[in-house]
Write a protein that binds this ligand. Structure first.
Ligand SMILES: Cc1ncc(COP(=O)(O)O)c(C=O)c1O
Length: 488
């Protein structure tokens, strides 16, 4: 069946609440043999440390790894995680093993918490903005449709006191505030001053809410810290939790994951940490959440990985940052600069494109608004349902996919729209967790795309053959790193 823009747009928009705009098609195109470099979704490419792998393997050999286990996880694993998180985050709250519940990753930790909070009536879940798509999905699934507190691009997405006041203090009925720091999708990590400023606003609204509403059991906060180990060491950041008042901490839940810092997304392990033992014990209600008990080897491997990071946080952050950050950042900065230079004489009269370099996490939120209002190149219009003008960020990511499909280039991006960003701002999210060679050619593709859009399409030089070659090289190198099983 010939691919039409119609099926591109409809098909995509149903996937992953819009993150799949472009992305889903990228997967189809890759299957069909096109050399597509997907920079929209980022799966960590850094392998877990030898210690994590050895712990996983060793525990898998132990006989007692195969029975049912306590839902909340083994005591020693919980103790190790508590100690490691205390030390990594400098939380100053001295979590103990009883304050930790092991979960199937941070995603499941969030769902489980929301499911629990969803039992409260008149539920309102508040997210800071932009958000990771599953937060919104979890809110909907748990009937906690609430609102989004907007930060802005220029203040690193820190919601203002007024915004929080309106959302939290004035709101009748239960409220849950979700914060993701360092942030996915933007890669923003707050420095100490900013983290303090945010925590002070939270402390203030919590105080005002309790004065006004008198009820302490209906304000909860979830802080997702899955990217905490992946912070630019220069940023010297502390967890927001560190600066929270005892009152605000009381109903606060911190989540962590093996997926990012530990580099083992497939272990499917994470944890919830909280001093609110009453809620924690309700959250692990065995009838509601029996599926929470995770594989013991995976849980031990996660704990070992976290402990390793905690033992020498600076070194661990530096290693991770070198891996995920600096090299990529330089590449991304240079790459984006290159794109900017190529279009500046053509379309940037007054506008200065904003470039946000990630200080944490593995993503870059790029402002491509200089493409707004430009014509969709004629050759691509049939693939975009006859669309002639660029109006939304999804238009840009669809153009990227259409260019792959026409054999010009090789990059797929995620529209920021999938992260709650308003249509029309023309922001995209680019994952930096790829081999630099792939990132480089992806950026070259982006540049070719912007050239084409800005009318510099004469003799557009297709990079797909080179992309094919590089993808092949990277794949075969990865194969070499597979360690054969030592004994069977
Ligand atoms: C903010 C945030 N939380 C949670 C997750 C998922 O974590 P896990 O793999 O542990 O479920 C992600 C994944 O990208 C994320 O960005």
């Amino acid at each position: 069946m010939p691919r039409t823009a119609h099926n591109i747009l409809i098909y995509n928009s149903q996937h992953f609440e819009g993150i799949g705009l472009g992305q889903r098609n990228a997967a189809d195109l890759a299957k069909a043999g096109y050399p597509v470099i997907a920079c929209g979704v980022g799966s960590p490419t850094m392998p877990p440390s030898p210690l994590v792998r050895a712990t996983h393997a060793q525990k898998a050999y132990e006989q007692d790894s195969y029975g049912y286990i306590e839902i909340e996880g083994f005591h020693d694993v919980r103790r190790t995680i508590a100690r490691a998180v205390n030390s990594i985050d400098k939380l100053g709250s001295h979590f103990k093993s009883k304050d930790v519940v092991i979960t199937h990753g941070a995603g499941s930790a969030y769902y489980t918490l929301m499911q629990h909070f969803g039992k409260l009536s008149a539920q309102s879940g508040f997210l800071t903005y932009p958000y990771y798509p599953y937060h919104r999905k979890a809110q909907r699934l748990t009937n906690s449709e609430g609102g989004i507190i907007k930060g802005t691009l220029h203040n690193d997405f820190i919601p203002t006191l007024e915004e929080m006041r309106a959302a939290i203090v004035e709101k009748p009925g239960p409220v849950i505030l979700t914060l993701v720091y360092p942030n996915n999708p933007t890669g923003v990590a707050l420095d100490e001053t900013q983290a303090k400023q945010l925590a002070e606003s939270i402390n203030q609204v919590v105080k005002e809410r309790y004065q006004k509403q008198q009820k302490r059991s209906d304000f909860y906060m979830v802080i997702e810290e899955v990217y905490f180990p992946i912070i630019d060491p220069e940023t010297k950041v502390n967890s927001i939790y560190t600066y929270l008042s005892p009152e605000a901490r009381k109903n606060c839940f911190v989540t962590v994951s093996a997926s990012k810092g530990v580099g083992a997304a497939n272990l499917r392990v994470g944890a919830i940490l909280s001093k609110n033992n009453q809620v924690l014990s309700q959250v692990i209600d065995p009838i509601e959440t029996h599926a929470m008990a995770v594989s013991p080897p995976a849980a031990y491997a996660f704990a070992a990985g976290l402990e390793e990071i905690a033992d020498d946080l600076e070194r661990a952050q530096k290693n991770l940052w070198d891996y995920y950050g600096v090299n990529r950042i330089q590449l991304m900065a240079n790459g984006l600069e290159r794109i900017r230079e190529s279009v500046e004489p053509h379309c940037l009269e007054n506008a200065e494109p904003v470039r946000i370099m990630p200080r944490g996490g593995m993503f870059l939120f790029a402002d491509l608004s200089f493409l707004k209002g430009k014509q969709v190149p004629e050759a691509l219009q049939p693939l975009l349902g006859g669309k002639t003008e660029i109006r939304t960020d999804a238009d840009i990511t669809n153009i990227a996919v259409a260019m792959c499909e026409l054999g010009y280039t090789s990059v797929a991006l995620a529209p920021a729209q999938a992260f709650g960003w308003p249509e029309g701002d023309c922001m995209v999210r680019i994952s930096c967790v790829e081999d630099p060679r792939l990132l480089n050619i992806a950026l070259e593709s982006l540049q070719a795309m912007t050239n084409l859009i800005c009318g510099k399409d004469a003799g557009i030089d297709s990079n797909t053959e080179r992309a094919k070659q590089i993808i092949k090289e990277v794949r075969s190198e990865r194969q070499k790193h597979i360690i054969p099983a030592q004994s069977r």
